[in-house]
Design a protein around this ligand. Sequence first.
Ligand SMILES: O=C(O)CCC(=O)C(=O)O
Ligand SMILES: [Fe+2]
Length: 222
Amino acid sequence: MQQDDFDFDPPSEAQPATQGHESQLQKANTKPRPPYTLIKGYLNLAQQAALLKEVETYPLTRPEVFVFGKHHPIPRSQVWFGDKGCDYVYSGLFIEAQPWPHYAQKLRLKLERDFGLQSNGVLVNLYANGHESMGWHSDDEKEIKSGTDIASVTIGASRDFFIRHKQTLDKQCLHLESGDLLIMHWPMQSDWEHSLPKRLKVEQPRVNYTFRCLIANYHQHN
Ligand SMILES: O=C(O)CCC(=O)C(=O)O
Ligand SMILES: [Fe+2]
């Protein structure tokens, strides 16, 4: 065992704090409820620190998107790590998979061990401060494998995360803090959108990892 492996290997003791899809409350409530599981404090401080340090080595970029006839840099920076053949088209941008860094890979294996989460790629977003954000969207790209969940891990600054039903516009706000894990269960992306609004008072950076399972080689065949 490598010395730096110690802190990702023990099984997690964290328990689900909120189960978006199974609570008694939900059964009694007729309003649509997003199918998610929120696990507060999933990662301990050492795990968070290891990931934050690793982020400094990531080849983050700030691609431009074409909206309303103009090019705009996205209001955050990002990188996509994935297995061979797991390239991704996200916000209309083709992103080639970069090889997995050490701790991002360890986190992927931990999620698989703790929850049986299947993933072959992770999108990492860095929000330098509360001026950076992500607009309403669903992670419903065609290359995402049907039936798979999306796991989102937050490190750094706490931020509000909104979830909104596409038809009823019912809205929920989750306050995501460093170390929290949010699992968005299939088929949440078909009925719900999510966003990370600006919070101008936030001065610290936040990093978010969203683990996804793609159909391998999708862009070679489509
Ligand atoms: O930063 C977040 O919590 C959201 C990230 C997200 O929605 C995405 O990467 O698709
Ligand atoms: Fe998303």
